[in-house]
Design a protein around this ligand. Structure first.
Ligand SMILES: Nc1ncnc2c1ncn2[C@@H]1O[C@H](COP(=O)(O)OP(=O)(O)OP(=O)(O)O)[C@@H](O)[C@H]1O
Length: 562
């Protein structure tokens, strides 16, 4: 809750102003009550017109100043809320960009309720000027109550009674509203997931899944509509409780006040003034309570955001070795994905000297890609160690480590921006000539020349609108630019045509010749060259120890892609 009110105490100078201006606003809010009382007490009893002019002018000035102060206070609250919301978005962006990839992915996958965008949006609705000011105004109801007591303790007691009953009713309704809101959010998220599935246009059509999906969409939208309907009914119920209480209270105040007037215990002007005050008081109290479900959701969303912000970050402060020679050692490596009952490795061991080549093979799901992700530091081992040149990878600066890698993922993504942007992510000083050279090296020279925009071509849809072979070659070219000493290639042949395979073989052979350490991951591939180390992840039944052995036959470098 404190976090939700952060805008109010974000700046000590401004929050003093906010509280003081609120006090003045509520004192000025008494203008209409005082005006009515004075008009009745002075003008109506003596009939002097100038009194009426003076009172009217005074009331208008009071109301005008109140309006001005309200506007100024709203503007300040609005800018304070904007600052807080920007700070929070920046923290979330920082975590999105710097949290450990594995932890981040599993957190986002398990986020039942929409994820960061939805959390921020809902927090943004709660931490906005109107609800924050309504909360700030609430305690001033006590001021109005005190004034009411000063005017007439009998009327004040009546008002207090109605307010207590209203508070109880609104509390019960708000509690019910909370569960209705939560049901609605669940239904809405399920429906959104279904709509996302419907966006898999080709999969839907090719599998004739229209009827299957349409039925679910109808059900999902029905449930979502129904829960929204319940939500609206509950909102209307709370609003009508406030409306009815206001009318009811007015009737009680006027009845009791009239009785008191008849007995000469109350002036008629006071009666009308008290009526105005009590309506104002109900508004002050009911506004924040009606917003309670929104606050409760925002409190829960803040909890989600705080859990998210607590995700471990990649080590940016870790060691940067003066140079990386290329030695990699994996000992007793144990790994399972978070929330997964399956152990990918229990005890994986291998050692590579600088310039050595390791081929990793195994059937689907045996953990080949996972090994690449562990070596690149995208996920962390549960137990055991990965060391580079004798230093534990977990102690190494993540930024620096990525510069030591030439990593081609199995299914690479490109980022939004131009092709040039994508190629110069690691090193902005790279010149176009260097980019075109490496693009030529991966066999995309003609493709680039034929494109009217060349390096300025915009990459859209994470590069998914490009042919897989083209996307992988671009990603390979991008990786080669890092000049890293450790080369990790996940499924080098995937998506490549014959010329592409020849290119891949040639580039890998060159990298091997340059004494880079190579880890080639593939289901089908033979070892890159005779004598290269070789792990078959299928060979160990329980994944206890993956074997490392010399390649099966000499001279296979000529056949590795056959
Ligand atoms: N993000 C993830 N969360 C949970 N489990 C995962 C995740 N990624 C992979 N797995 C599981 O880890 C195991 C190893 O997956 P991995 O992708 O490393 O296998 P692979 O050998 O590369 O498979 P393929 O040959 O199909 O590419 C599989 O059981 C897979 O279901």
């Amino acid at each position: 809750m404190r976090a939700l009110l952060a805008p109010l105490w974000a700046r000590s100078d401004l929050n003093v102003y906010m509280v003081l201006s609120s006090l003045v606003i509520h004192i000025l809010g008494l203008t209409s009550t005082v005006f009515v009382m004075l008009v009745y007490g002075r003008y109506l009893s003596h009939g002097v017109d100038s009194t009426l002019y003076t009172l009217t002018t005074g009331a208008l000035v009071g109301i005008g100043v109140e309006m001005f102060l309200r506007r100024a206070r709203f503007k300040i609250a609005s800018s304070l809320c904007a600052v807080e919301s920007r700070k929070l978005s920046e923290k979330v962006s920082h975590t999105l960009l710097n949290a450990r990839s594995g932890a981040l992915q599993s957190h986002l996958n398990s986020a039942a309720d929409g994820g960061t965008t939805t959390w921020l949006e809902r927090i943004g609705q709660a931490v906005s000027p109107q609800p924050v000011l309504a909360l700030l105004d609430m305690p001033f109801a006590l001021l109005l109550l005190a004034v009411l007591f000063a005017l007439s303790w009998q009327l004040a007691l009546c008002v207090l009674l109605v307010v207590v009953v209203l508070l109880v009713m609104l509390g019960v309704s708000a509690h019910r509203m909370k569960s209705i809101t939560s049901d609605h959010q669940t239904n809405q998220s399920k429906y959104n997931v279904l709509l996302k599935n419907a966006e898999l246009t080709e999969a839907v059509r090719i599998n004739n899944a229209q009827d299957w999906l349409s039925q679910r969409l109808v059900n999902g939208s029905g449930e979502s509509r129904l829960s929204r309907h319940h939500l609206q009914l509950q909102q209307e119920k709370m609003q009508s409780q406030v409306r009815n209480a206001t009318v009811f209270m007015s009737v009680i105040v006027i009845s009791v006040g009239a009785a008191l007037s008849v007995h000469g215990e109350l002036n008629f002007g006071v009666l009308i003034g008290a009526n105005i005050l009590s309506a104002r008081l109900i508004m002050l109290i009911s506004q924040p309570i009606q917003q309670m479900p929104m606050w409760l959701n925002a409190v829960r969303d803040f909890g989600c955001v705080n859990d998210f912000l607590a995700l471990p970050e990649e080590t940016q402060k870790g060691t940067k070795l003066p140079s990386f020679k290329g030695k990699v050692s994996v000992k007793q490596l144990m790994f399972a994905y978070p929330n997964s009952p399956l152990m990918v490795y229990e005890n994986l061991n291998f050692e590579l000297d600088a310039g050595e080549t390791l081929t990793v093979t195994g059937s689907n799901g045996k953990g080949k890609t996972t090994l690449a992700r562990l070596l690149t530091g995208l996920v962390q081992p549960l137990r055991g160690s990965i060391a580079i040149d004798g230093v534990e990878l977990r102690q190494v600066n993540a930024h620096w480590w990525r510069e030591q890698l030439v990593y081609l993922p199995q299914d690479p993504d490109l980022l939004p921006g131009t092709l040039r942007d994508n190629m110069t992510l690691m090193d902005a000083s790279l010149q176009d000539a260097q980019l075109t050279e490496v693009i030529g090296k991966v066999g995309l020279g003609d493709w680039l020349n034929q494109h009217p925009d060349g390096l300025d071509m915009e990459i859209q849809m994470r590069g998914r609108n490009l042919a897989l072979g083209i996307r992988r070659r671009i990603a390979f070219a991008r990786a080669l630019l890092s000049q890293g000493q450790l080369v990790v290639i996940d499924e080098p042949l995937e998506g490549l045509d014959k010329a592409g395979i020849t290119m891949m073989q040639k580039v890998l052979a060159e990298l091997a010749k340059e004494k880079r350490t190579l880890i080639i991951i593939s289901q089908f591939m033979q070892p890159l060259k005779a004598g290269a180390k070789f792990i078959n992840l299928d060979e160990s039944h329980v994944m206890q120890v993956a074997t490392v052995r010399p390649s099966p036959a000499p001279g296979v470098e000529k056949e590795w892609f056959a």
